[in-house]
Design a protein around this ligand. Structure first.
Ligand code: MTE
Length: 328
Protein backbone atom coordinates (compact mmCIF):
# COMPACT_ATOMS: atom_id res chain seq x y z
CA UNK A 1 0.00 0.00 0.00
CA UNK A 2 2.75 2.37 0.89
CA UNK A 3 4.72 2.37 -2.32
CA UNK A 4 3.14 1.91 -5.71
CA UNK A 5 4.64 1.99 -9.15
CA UNK A 6 3.11 4.83 -11.18
CA UNK A 7 1.42 2.20 -13.42
CA UNK A 8 -0.51 0.85 -10.45
CA UNK A 9 -1.86 4.23 -9.50
CA UNK A 10 -5.37 4.99 -10.66
CA UNK A 11 -5.80 8.58 -11.79
CA UNK A 12 -8.58 8.89 -9.22
CA UNK A 13 -6.00 8.30 -6.51
CA UNK A 14 -3.51 10.84 -7.72
CA UNK A 15 -4.60 13.64 -5.44
CA UNK A 16 -3.91 11.58 -2.41
CA UNK A 17 -0.71 10.14 -3.78
CA UNK A 18 0.60 13.67 -4.05
CA UNK A 19 -0.24 14.26 -0.45
CA UNK A 20 1.10 11.20 1.24
CA UNK A 21 3.95 10.51 -1.11
CA UNK A 22 5.20 14.07 -0.93
CA UNK A 23 8.38 13.82 1.08
CA UNK A 24 7.22 16.08 3.84
CA UNK A 25 3.87 14.41 4.43
CA UNK A 26 5.46 10.99 4.24
CA UNK A 27 7.98 11.94 6.90
CA UNK A 28 5.18 13.41 8.97
CA UNK A 29 3.03 10.32 8.67
CA UNK A 30 5.91 8.12 9.80
CA UNK A 31 6.84 10.51 12.58
CA UNK A 32 3.27 10.53 13.77
CA UNK A 33 3.27 6.76 13.92
CA UNK A 34 0.26 6.54 11.63
CA UNK A 35 0.11 4.15 8.73
CA UNK A 36 -0.03 5.72 5.29
CA UNK A 37 -3.37 3.96 4.75
CA UNK A 38 -4.88 5.64 7.75
CA UNK A 39 -3.47 8.98 6.73
CA UNK A 40 -4.87 8.57 3.24
CA UNK A 41 -8.33 7.68 4.47
CA UNK A 42 -8.35 10.65 6.77
CA UNK A 43 -7.17 12.95 3.98
CA UNK A 44 -9.85 11.59 1.67
CA UNK A 45 -12.45 12.56 4.21
CA UNK A 46 -13.68 8.96 4.45
CA UNK A 47 -13.85 9.19 8.23
CA UNK A 48 -15.90 12.36 7.99
CA UNK A 49 -18.47 11.99 5.21
CA UNK A 50 -19.00 15.40 3.68
CA UNK A 51 -22.27 16.63 2.21
CA UNK A 52 -22.07 18.68 -0.95
CA UNK A 53 -22.68 22.30 -0.05
CA UNK A 54 -24.87 24.44 -2.28
CA UNK A 55 -24.70 28.12 -1.43
CA UNK A 56 -26.35 30.90 -3.38
CA UNK A 57 -24.19 33.93 -3.92
CA UNK A 58 -24.81 37.48 -5.01
CA UNK A 59 -25.19 37.88 -8.78
CA UNK A 60 -22.62 40.06 -10.60
CA UNK A 61 -24.41 42.42 -12.96
CA UNK A 62 -23.23 43.45 -16.38
CA UNK A 63 -20.75 40.66 -17.20
CA UNK A 64 -19.24 41.35 -20.63
CA UNK A 65 -18.15 38.82 -23.24
CA UNK A 66 -14.43 38.00 -23.18
CA UNK A 67 -12.16 40.57 -24.82
CA UNK A 68 -9.73 37.79 -25.82
CA UNK A 69 -10.44 34.50 -27.68
CA UNK A 70 -11.48 31.68 -25.31
CA UNK A 71 -10.50 28.73 -27.51
CA UNK A 72 -13.12 26.47 -25.92
CA UNK A 73 -13.52 24.05 -28.82
CA UNK A 74 -17.14 23.37 -27.84
CA UNK A 75 -16.25 22.11 -24.36
CA UNK A 76 -19.09 22.57 -21.85
CA UNK A 77 -18.59 24.21 -18.44
CA UNK A 78 -18.40 21.84 -15.47
CA UNK A 79 -21.46 21.83 -13.15
CA UNK A 80 -21.53 24.56 -10.50
CA UNK A 81 -21.92 21.96 -7.75
CA UNK A 82 -18.71 20.18 -8.84
CA UNK A 83 -16.71 23.40 -9.25
CA UNK A 84 -17.71 24.43 -5.73
CA UNK A 85 -17.38 21.05 -3.98
CA UNK A 86 -14.20 19.52 -5.43
CA UNK A 87 -11.51 21.93 -4.36
CA UNK A 88 -7.87 22.29 -3.49
CA UNK A 89 -7.51 24.87 -0.73
CA UNK A 90 -5.13 23.50 1.88
CA UNK A 91 -5.76 26.39 4.27
CA UNK A 92 -9.18 24.77 4.90
CA UNK A 93 -8.68 21.05 4.30
CA UNK A 94 -6.49 18.53 2.52
CA UNK A 95 -9.60 16.67 1.38
CA UNK A 96 -11.22 18.01 -1.78
CA UNK A 97 -14.71 17.41 -0.42
CA UNK A 98 -13.71 18.86 2.94
CA UNK A 99 -12.99 22.39 1.69
CA UNK A 100 -16.56 23.56 0.91
CA UNK A 101 -18.10 22.80 4.32
CA UNK A 102 -15.17 24.40 6.14
CA UNK A 103 -15.16 27.49 3.88
CA UNK A 104 -18.93 28.00 4.19
CA UNK A 105 -18.70 30.93 6.60
CA UNK A 106 -15.46 32.43 5.31
CA UNK A 107 -15.53 36.20 5.80
CA UNK A 108 -14.28 37.88 2.63
CA UNK A 109 -15.51 41.43 3.25
CA UNK A 110 -14.02 43.94 3.84
CA UNK A 111 -10.93 42.97 1.81
CA UNK A 112 -7.95 44.79 0.35
CA UNK A 113 -5.04 43.94 -1.93
CA UNK A 114 -1.74 45.73 -1.36
CA UNK A 115 0.05 46.31 -4.67
CA UNK A 116 3.64 47.32 -3.95
CA UNK A 117 7.32 46.84 -4.78
CA UNK A 118 8.96 48.11 -7.98
CA UNK A 119 6.12 50.41 -9.05
CA UNK A 120 5.66 54.16 -9.44
CA UNK A 121 2.31 54.26 -7.66
CA UNK A 122 1.93 51.64 -4.92
CA UNK A 123 -1.67 51.39 -3.78
CA UNK A 124 -4.04 49.51 -1.50
CA UNK A 125 -7.15 48.56 -3.49
CA UNK A 126 -10.41 47.76 -1.73
CA UNK A 127 -12.97 45.41 -3.27
CA UNK A 128 -15.15 48.17 -4.70
CA UNK A 129 -12.15 49.56 -6.56
CA UNK A 130 -11.10 46.09 -7.74
CA UNK A 131 -14.56 45.39 -9.15
CA UNK A 132 -14.29 48.63 -11.14
CA UNK A 133 -10.74 48.37 -12.52
CA UNK A 134 -12.02 47.12 -15.85
CA UNK A 135 -15.33 45.68 -17.18
CA UNK A 136 -15.90 42.22 -15.67
CA UNK A 137 -15.76 39.58 -18.39
CA UNK A 138 -16.81 35.99 -18.94
CA UNK A 139 -13.57 33.99 -19.02
CA UNK A 140 -14.62 30.38 -19.38
CA UNK A 141 -11.32 28.49 -19.20
CA UNK A 142 -10.11 24.94 -18.81
CA UNK A 143 -8.48 24.38 -15.39
CA UNK A 144 -5.90 21.57 -15.44
CA UNK A 145 -4.64 20.46 -12.04
CA UNK A 146 -1.13 18.98 -11.75
CA UNK A 147 -2.88 15.93 -10.22
CA UNK A 148 -4.26 15.04 -13.71
CA UNK A 149 -7.89 16.12 -13.36
CA UNK A 150 -9.55 19.04 -15.12
CA UNK A 151 -12.68 21.18 -15.24
CA UNK A 152 -14.08 23.96 -17.40
CA UNK A 153 -14.81 26.97 -15.20
CA UNK A 154 -16.88 29.98 -16.31
CA UNK A 155 -14.88 32.59 -14.39
CA UNK A 156 -15.92 36.21 -14.13
CA UNK A 157 -12.88 38.47 -13.96
CA UNK A 158 -10.66 41.09 -15.50
CA UNK A 159 -7.13 41.08 -16.92
CA UNK A 160 -4.43 41.30 -14.24
CA UNK A 161 -2.64 43.68 -16.66
CA UNK A 162 -5.36 46.31 -15.99
CA UNK A 163 -4.50 46.33 -12.28
CA UNK A 164 -0.73 46.36 -12.90
CA UNK A 165 -1.06 49.28 -15.33
CA UNK A 166 -2.64 51.34 -12.54
CA UNK A 167 0.47 51.06 -10.35
CA UNK A 168 2.93 51.66 -13.21
CA UNK A 169 5.61 48.96 -12.94
CA UNK A 170 9.22 50.26 -13.06
CA UNK A 171 11.51 48.98 -15.80
CA UNK A 172 13.42 47.03 -13.10
CA UNK A 173 10.28 44.93 -12.33
CA UNK A 174 10.69 41.48 -13.88
CA UNK A 175 8.38 39.24 -11.81
CA UNK A 176 5.13 39.47 -9.86
CA UNK A 177 4.78 37.79 -6.45
CA UNK A 178 1.38 36.94 -4.92
CA UNK A 179 0.33 36.07 -1.37
CA UNK A 180 -2.84 34.58 0.11
CA UNK A 181 -4.38 35.93 3.31
CA UNK A 182 -2.49 34.84 6.43
CA UNK A 183 -5.13 34.61 9.17
CA UNK A 184 -5.41 31.41 11.21
CA UNK A 185 -8.77 32.56 12.58
CA UNK A 186 -10.29 32.47 9.11
CA UNK A 187 -8.06 29.87 7.44
CA UNK A 188 -7.97 27.13 10.08
CA UNK A 189 -5.07 25.00 8.81
CA UNK A 190 -2.79 28.01 9.22
CA UNK A 191 -3.06 27.53 12.98
CA UNK A 192 -1.65 23.98 12.82
CA UNK A 193 1.92 23.66 13.99
CA UNK A 194 4.86 21.32 13.47
CA UNK A 195 4.09 18.00 11.83
CA UNK A 196 0.38 18.77 11.63
CA UNK A 197 0.98 21.87 9.51
CA UNK A 198 0.57 20.88 5.84
CA UNK A 199 2.42 23.82 4.21
CA UNK A 200 4.40 26.95 5.02
CA UNK A 201 2.02 29.90 5.10
CA UNK A 202 1.01 32.15 3.59
CA UNK A 203 0.56 30.36 0.25
CA UNK A 204 2.77 32.14 -2.30
CA UNK A 205 2.87 32.18 -6.08
CA UNK A 206 4.66 34.10 -8.81
CA UNK A 207 4.73 34.87 -12.52
CA UNK A 208 7.17 36.48 -14.89
CA UNK A 209 5.99 40.04 -15.66
CA UNK A 210 5.18 39.19 -19.30
CA UNK A 211 3.09 36.19 -18.16
CA UNK A 212 1.28 38.43 -15.67
CA UNK A 213 0.57 41.01 -18.40
CA UNK A 214 -0.71 38.41 -20.87
CA UNK A 215 -4.37 38.99 -21.84
CA UNK A 216 -5.37 35.46 -20.72
CA UNK A 217 -4.15 36.05 -17.15
CA UNK A 218 -7.01 37.28 -14.98
CA UNK A 219 -8.03 38.10 -11.47
CA UNK A 220 -11.32 36.25 -10.98
CA UNK A 221 -14.08 37.56 -8.73
CA UNK A 222 -16.88 35.21 -9.74
CA UNK A 223 -18.01 31.92 -11.24
CA UNK A 224 -21.21 31.36 -13.27
CA UNK A 225 -22.06 35.07 -12.92
CA UNK A 226 -22.03 34.99 -9.09
CA UNK A 227 -19.41 36.28 -6.65
CA UNK A 228 -16.74 33.74 -5.66
CA UNK A 229 -17.37 31.36 -2.77
CA UNK A 230 -14.77 30.83 -0.05
CA UNK A 231 -13.73 27.43 -1.40
CA UNK A 232 -12.86 28.93 -4.82
CA UNK A 233 -10.73 31.74 -3.39
CA UNK A 234 -13.15 34.51 -2.38
CA UNK A 235 -13.17 37.35 -2.89
CA UNK A 236 -10.42 37.46 -5.55
CA UNK A 237 -7.94 34.93 -6.98
CA UNK A 238 -5.55 34.53 -9.85
CA UNK A 239 -6.35 32.37 -12.89
CA UNK A 240 -3.61 31.45 -15.38
CA UNK A 241 -5.29 28.92 -17.68
CA UNK A 242 -2.20 27.55 -19.48
CA UNK A 243 -0.47 26.61 -16.20
CA UNK A 244 -1.21 23.87 -13.67
CA UNK A 245 -3.90 24.92 -11.19
CA UNK A 246 -1.54 25.42 -8.25
CA UNK A 247 -0.29 28.65 -9.88
CA UNK A 248 -3.82 30.10 -9.57
CA UNK A 249 -3.46 31.37 -6.02
CA UNK A 250 -6.63 32.05 -4.01
CA UNK A 251 -7.81 34.83 -1.67
CA UNK A 252 -4.99 37.24 -2.58
CA UNK A 253 -4.02 40.10 -0.23
CA UNK A 254 -0.62 41.10 -1.60
CA UNK A 255 0.87 41.59 -5.07
CA UNK A 256 4.50 42.68 -5.23
CA UNK A 257 6.53 43.63 -8.30
CA UNK A 258 10.09 42.33 -7.89
CA UNK A 259 13.31 41.96 -9.89
CA UNK A 260 14.08 38.29 -9.04
CA UNK A 261 12.10 35.09 -9.44
CA UNK A 262 10.02 34.93 -6.26
CA UNK A 263 9.69 32.01 -3.86
CA UNK A 264 6.56 29.92 -4.54
CA UNK A 265 4.92 27.49 -2.13
CA UNK A 266 4.92 24.20 -4.05
CA UNK A 267 8.30 24.85 -5.65
CA UNK A 268 9.85 25.22 -2.20
CA UNK A 269 7.93 22.19 -0.88
CA UNK A 270 9.08 19.81 -3.64
CA UNK A 271 11.33 21.52 -6.23
CA UNK A 272 11.82 18.39 -8.34
CA UNK A 273 8.02 17.92 -8.65
CA UNK A 274 6.59 21.44 -9.01
CA UNK A 275 8.51 23.92 -11.14
CA UNK A 276 8.21 27.69 -11.07
CA UNK A 277 6.78 27.76 -14.62
CA UNK A 278 4.32 24.85 -14.24
CA UNK A 279 3.12 25.17 -17.83
CA UNK A 280 0.73 22.35 -18.71
CA UNK A 281 2.78 19.93 -20.79
CA UNK A 282 1.76 16.35 -21.68
CA UNK A 283 5.37 15.55 -22.66
CA UNK A 284 6.90 16.33 -19.27
CA UNK A 285 5.76 13.80 -16.70
CA UNK A 286 5.49 14.50 -13.01
CA UNK A 287 8.18 12.33 -11.36
CA UNK A 288 5.42 10.03 -10.04
CA UNK A 289 2.80 10.05 -12.81
CA UNK A 290 2.25 10.86 -16.48
CA UNK A 291 0.75 14.19 -17.54
CA UNK A 292 -0.37 12.85 -20.93
CA UNK A 293 -4.04 12.43 -19.93
CA UNK A 294 -6.54 14.03 -17.60
CA UNK A 295 -9.86 13.09 -16.01
CA UNK A 296 -12.61 15.65 -16.63
CA UNK A 297 -14.58 16.13 -13.40
CA UNK A 298 -18.25 15.38 -13.90
CA UNK A 299 -18.08 13.22 -17.02
CA UNK A 300 -15.51 10.60 -15.88
CA UNK A 301 -13.97 10.72 -19.34
CA UNK A 302 -10.24 10.74 -19.89
CA UNK A 303 -8.90 13.04 -22.53
CA UNK A 304 -5.50 13.89 -23.94
CA UNK A 305 -3.82 16.79 -22.19
CA UNK A 306 -2.81 19.54 -24.57
CA UNK A 307 0.39 21.59 -24.52
CA UNK A 308 -0.25 24.82 -22.60
CA UNK A 309 -3.70 23.37 -21.80
CA UNK A 310 -4.89 24.12 -25.34
CA UNK A 311 -3.82 27.78 -25.31
CA UNK A 312 -0.54 27.27 -27.23
CA UNK A 313 -1.45 29.57 -30.10
CA UNK A 314 -1.89 32.41 -27.57
CA UNK A 315 1.02 31.78 -25.19
CA UNK A 316 3.73 29.58 -26.79
CA UNK A 317 5.64 32.67 -27.96
CA UNK A 318 6.30 33.58 -24.30
CA UNK A 319 8.63 30.58 -24.13
CA UNK A 320 10.48 30.78 -27.47
CA UNK A 321 13.95 29.28 -27.18
CA UNK A 322 13.28 27.96 -23.68
CA UNK A 323 13.84 24.30 -22.84
CA UNK A 324 10.43 23.34 -21.40
CA UNK A 325 11.89 20.23 -19.76
CA UNK A 326 14.41 22.28 -17.85
CA UNK A 327 12.02 25.10 -17.02
CA UNK A 328 9.06 22.85 -16.12
N1 MTE B 1 -4.44 28.77 -3.36
C1 MTE B 1 -4.27 28.67 -2.03
N2 MTE B 1 -4.13 29.78 -1.30
N3 MTE B 1 -4.22 27.46 -1.39
C2 MTE B 1 -4.31 26.29 -2.10
O1 MTE B 1 -4.25 25.21 -1.48
N4 MTE B 1 -4.56 25.23 -4.30
C3 MTE B 1 -4.20 25.39 -5.72
C4 MTE B 1 -4.89 26.61 -6.34
N5 MTE B 1 -4.79 27.76 -5.46
C5 MTE B 1 -4.48 26.36 -3.51
C6 MTE B 1 -4.58 27.64 -4.12
C7 MTE B 1 -4.51 24.20 -6.52
S1 MTE B 1 -3.49 22.86 -6.27
C8 MTE B 1 -5.51 24.17 -7.44
S2 MTE B 1 -5.71 22.84 -8.49
C9 MTE B 1 -6.49 25.27 -7.57
O2 MTE B 1 -6.28 26.29 -6.58
C10 MTE B 1 -7.90 24.72 -7.39
O3 MTE B 1 -8.86 25.74 -7.56
P1 MTE B 1 -10.39 25.38 -7.33
O4 MTE B 1 -10.53 24.71 -6.00
O5 MTE B 1 -11.13 26.68 -7.42
O6 MTE B 1 -10.77 24.43 -8.46
Amino acid sequence: MLIKKPDDIKTSEITDEKLYFSRRNFIRAVALGTSATLTTLAYRGLFVPEEKVLVNQEVISNVQPSSTPLNLNGEEPTDFIDITNYNNFYEFSLSKQGVAPRAKNFISRPWTINVEGLVNKPKVFDLDELFKISPLEDRTYRLRCVEAWSMVVPWVGFPLAKLLEKVEPLSSAKYVAFETLNDPERLPNQSKTGLFNPLDWPYKEGLRLDEAMHPLTILAVGIYGKVLLGQNGAPIRLVVPWKYGFKSIKSIVKIKLVDRQPITTWNVEAPNEYGFYANVNPEVSHPRWSQAEERRIGDFAYRDTKLFNGYADQVASLYNNMDLRKYF
